[in-house]
Design a protein around this ligand. Structure first.
Ligand SMILES: [Zn+2]
Length: 144
């Protein structure tokens, strides 16, 4: 599908295929909507190997139980900026970082008391995939 003379510029068909993949994954992170994927400047369109949907699949294949997702969360915190895993509502604010909220089912919550952002397991894996794709987290979290 991505083979072609201008492989770094997705055709309309290719872009539509990506939107369809995201829709199939029930992508609802509330920040990035499928239409935004059509933005020709989007990083992940020029680098198909770090396609967010692929990252998400890779993470999900290896992290399904509460314990596995906990391990992924710990790795993501280590791979993240010095203050840990950024909060979805205020990713650039060091006071906003996720910490464990519940072990079973595994859930995280922002450490900032007046924030209240919480992520359940699937949303957390989505968020980590988004951060890896945006190069906020190093791709090390994909290993092991
Ligand atoms: Zn927060």
């Amino acid at each position: 599908m991505f083979v072609g003379a201008a492989s770094d510029k997705p055709s309309k068909q290719q872009a539509q295929a990506i939107v369809d993949i995201l829709n199939a994954l029930d992508w609802d992170d509330g920040i990035t909507r499928p239409s935004k994927s059509l933005d020709p400047d989007a990083l992940w369109l020029s680098t198909p190997s770090t396609d967010r949907a692929v990252i998400y699949q890779e993470l999900l294949e290896r992290h399904q139980t509460d314990q596995e997702i906990r391990i992924l969360f710990d790795k993501a915190r280590e791979a993240g900026p010095h203050f840990g895993l950024p909060c979805k509502s205020k990713p650039g604010n060091p006071e906003h970082r996720y910490q464990v909220h519940s072990k079973s089912p595994f859930r995280v919550r922002c450490a900032s008391l007046d924030c209240g952002s919480k992520l359940q397991r699937t949303a957390l894996v989505h968020w980590i995939a988004e951060l890896v794709q945006g190069a906020v987290l190093s791709a090390d979290v994909l290993e092991g």
